[in-house]
Design a protein around this ligand. Structure first.
Ligand code: TPP
Length: 808
């Protein structure tokens, strides 16, 4: 019907029988996928699942995309892509339902082990020990995230990895053969039409056009973003129309842009064949605008689309439903008969029903077994207790829940132990043991894999002391530069990039001369685009490379913070260890001049990126040691170099690229007995300046440099100092209640230092605002050596007012 050449396009040298089988197999997948969506919605509406967001209406384009998706390729997409996942054999119907129920067993629900809502897809790139699988054999999908448009920055890196593997011949050895076949892979992106309104979409599109990388973006255009129509989303209501300026012409860089319709199976297949060919062979980014896509059940289970779609639109969606149109095309093209299709349709319903029941049983059975076990433990307590009636009631309530969750069991067990708290019953032991064991099991279900469980966990990397052959003083930036040189030399998979990182070697010359030495493929400039610099790093790291992504100043990390928080920090956690992205983010910060070059929003950062380590070295020797440690590990980290330290002299280490500073190990940089002063980064120097003056008046301060905020003092060493001094001052240049509050919580609560205090614990932080540029902006906004002097002195004044009378 739509295309008489379709057989030729689809079949290529294959017999009619094979051609027919391919089409009918696709038709089966599409029907199963649709049926799953319909049944999934019912599961939510009847309360078995909590929320559903489905791929109905987007089935046919995804079949076409799946056809050109090869082993080694990567997808970065969103919640509508179930049909693609089925068609690439990455997902079974039963696993799909397990996702809907939030099954926490990774064997049942391999995408996220119940950590993500159903419809968030991903494949396993790691073995269970955290080592890489052979990615070239897998049709890979990077793990989805819910923020729409958030899949785009990562996509950039996934595509860029192909270019890197193609051009960096050092990586074409056996050692890297698990990651790429000479860069022959495409990174496929999918996005809804409304989400193209997001800045991340535009930033990614522009960057890929500049870089000319094999990125193939499909826009599933169903005309709405939940209820908001294209009229309010997209200029001219047409994304490919407004992207026309990106079309490559003559020798220019840019895109190939294709348009097709979401219900036209034959044209979709042809389009994807062409699109993938140009993308893969020429390493050109491609956009496929799939128009006229439907959404038969509306956006999600949270509402109905009748509220916002006109009758005409709803009727059009029925008439142009992809499955209906594919069915008509198969019959009109005499590929199969109505009866043959009917058999497929009936079988699809049954397969889905069976998969649903199997998934539900697999989900519920272990919980029911736990209910039974605990009810038996409760029985025993009931028999011994004076409160048997109340206990029986709680037990019966638990047993009467038809679809229990683990919370119900825990609540019942705890209620019983509370009721019987004054009774000395032998049967209680087993019940409280069960609670302890359940805590461990549920920790694994819900809290594990914030960090790597592999033997490359950053905390397990063996430290190696810095060595000095001679007493040569050099600028801090030279230590970094020479250390990066050693790193680039040692690890061919390392690439360093950011704004001004390439040609001029970084705004502070920490990469001076390294582009000349290692080439533009290893050390290079990017556009001003912090979110996609990080996304680029995530995608590269997911494909086995070791990016060091530079954000020019800490103050501009905010542009990247969303992607760091939503994507990078959650990679291991949201996949329960199925994927990793060992990105190293390099930035510089804390103190310089003015509102945007002296920020230190550390509280905001550390509280939004749990899952990423945060190193805050006081000088470049320590910073270099952190790079060396992290490159031996498989975890992401942020290293904040002290911005005012590049030109300060430091002793030149002789084992650059080798020595390793451990994470989570503070260093005492000045010994003392009266007050413990805890700080980090640029504040260390300020603290030392003040402490020397305090010594002159007989106040002895112990200064501890935290070195890393995440992790925090793994061996609880700070409390040992407080045990001796009995006084604590936390110095930090974040806002009041920022990182200093975090540090206090760790020391007082987790390390129990409150027990050893003889004076009120104090924080000294910056003002609530960022510092003004005026020459005294720093002095009057951030803690100075004078402020430290006063803060310590005032603590001692309270202790001994006679010896330390008020000064001001
Ligand atoms: C950053 C962000 N903002 C808002 C949402 C809530 N939200 C979820 S889906 C959606 C609409 C997306 O529409 P579109 O991109 O066209 O995809 P479709 O669901 O239509 O396939 C919105 C607003 C979100 N998930 N993320």
């Amino acid at each position: 019907m739509q295309n008489k050449d379709s057989k030729a396009t689809l079949s290529k040298e294959i017999s009619f029988e094979e051609f027919k089988n391919t089409i009918l197999n696709d038709y089966r997948i599409a029907n199963e996928s649709r049926e799953a969506s319909l049944m999934g919605r019912r599961e939510v509406l009847t309360g078995k699942a909590k929320f559903g967001i489905f791929g109905d209406g987007k089935e046919i384009p995804q079949l076409a995309m799946a056809k050109v998706f090869k082993g080694g390729d990567f997808r970065s997409g969103y919640y509508r892509d179930q049909t693609f996942m089925f068609a690439t054999d990455n997902l079974t119907l039963q696993q799909w339902f397990s996702g809907l129920y939030g099954h926490t067993d990774a064997d049942a629900e391999p995408m996220s082990a119940g950590r993500q809502m159903g419809g968030h897809f991903g494949t396993r790139t790691l073995n269970t020990d955290g080592s890489w699988k052979n990615l070239t054999q897998i049709k890979n999908s990077s793990a989805d995230i819910s923020p729409t448009g958030g899949q785009m920055p990562r996509l950039l890196g996934l595509a860029m990895a192909s270019k890197h593997y193609k051009l960096n011949t050092e990586l074409q050895s056996e050692a890297f053969s698990n990651f790429s076949n000479k860069g022959n892979e495409i990174a496929f992106g999918t996005i809804g039409d409304a989400s193209t309104s997001e800045g991340l979409f535009w930033e990614t599109i522009n960057a890929a056009g500049v870089m000319q990388i094999p990125m193939l973006v499909s826009v599933w255009d169903d005309g709405h973003g939940i209820s908001v129509p294209k009229k309010y989303q997209t200029t001219k209501e047409n994304i490919s129309e407004i992207l026309k300026g990106f079309q490559r012409e003559g020798d220019s860089n840019g895109y190939e842009i294709f348009k097709t319709k979401g219900w036209d199976y034959a044209h979709l297949c042809e389009t994807y064949e062409k699109a993938a060919k140009v993308c893969r062979e020429q390493h050109v980014p491609v956009l496929v605008h799939v128009e006229e896509v439907t959404q038969p059940q509306g956006h999600s289970t949270s509402g109905s689309h009748e509220r916002y779609k006109s009758k005409e639109r709803l009727q059009w969606e029925v008439d142009f439903d992809g499955l209906k149109k594919m069915r008509e095309w198969i019959i009109e093209s005499a590929i199969a008969t109505t009866d043959e299709l009917l058999v497929i349709e009936v079988a699809a319903k049954k397969s889905v029903r069976d998969a649903k029941s199997a998934a539900w049983n697999a989900y519920l059975t272990p919980i029911k077994i736990e209910v039974k076990e605990v009810s038996e433990l409760i029985d025993a307590v009931e028999k011994q207790s004076e409160h048997s009636a109340s206990i029986a009631k709680i037990k019966n309530e638990l047993l009467s829940i038809t679809e229990p969750i683990r919370k119900d069991i825990n609540v019942a067990a705890k209620k019983i132990l509370r009721i019987t708290r004054l009774e000395n019953l032998s049967a209680k032991t087993k019940l409280s043991d069960w609670i302890s064991e359940s805590k461990i099991a549920n920790y694994d279900r819900y809290s594990s894999y914030l960090h790597s469980h592999s033997n490359l966990n950053a905390l397990g990397i063996k430290p190696l002391a810095v060595e000095y052959k001679e007493d040569k003083q050099v600028d801090g930036r030279e230590i970094l530069r020479d250390n990066f040189d050693a790193i680039l030399n040692k690890y061919p998979q390392v690439l360093i990039f950011g704004e001004d990182s390439g040609k001029i070697g970084g705004v502070n010359q920490g990469l001076e001369g390294l582009q000349d030495k290692y080439g533009e493929i290893r050390v290079f400039d990017t556009g001003i685009r912090e979110s996609t610099i990080i996304g680029q790093a995530i995608g590269l790291a997911m494909r086995g490379l070791r990016p060091i992504a530079e954000i020019q100043y800490l103050d501009y990390l905010l542009y990247a913070l969303q992607i760091m928080s939503d994507d990078l920090a959650t990679v291991q956690y949201r996949t329960k260890g199925a994927q990793k992205a060992p990105v190293i983010i390099r930035t510089r910060g804390h103190r310089l001049e003015g509102i945007w070059h002296s920020g230190s929003p550390m509280g905001m950062i550390i509280n939004s990126i749990r899952g990423i380590y945060v190193c805050v070295p006081r000088n470049m020797t320590q910073a270099a040691g952190f790079y060396n440690t992290l490159l031996c590990s498989d975890e992401p980290a942020l290293i904040i170099e002290p911005l005012n330290g590049y030109r300060l002299k430091e002793k030149q280490p002789s084992n650059l690229g080798e020595y390793k500073v451990p994470l989570g190990i503070p260093e005492t940089i000045h010994s003392g007995n009266d007050v413990t002063l805890v700080t980090y980064g640029s504040c260390c120097r300020i603290a030392l300046e003040a402490v020397e003056k305090l010594q002159e008046i007989d106040i002895s301060v112990e200064v501890i440099d935290l070195q890393t905020l995440l992790p925090f003092d793994n061996n609880a060493t700070i409390v040992e100092s407080v045990k001796r001094t009995n006084r604590l001052l936390v110095l930090d240049e974040d806002v009041p209640g920022g990182a200093s509050a975090y540090i206090m919580q760790k020391i007082l609560e987790e390390q129990g230092a409150y027990k050893h205090l003889d004076s009120e614990p104090k924080t000294l932080s910056a003002k609530d605002h960022r510092p003004a540029y005026g020459s005294d902006g720093d002095y009057f906004s951030k803690p100075s050596a004078d402020d430290v002097y006063d803060a310590v002195y005032n603590i001692m004044h309270e202790v001994n007012p006679a010896k330390f009378p008020r000064i001001y």
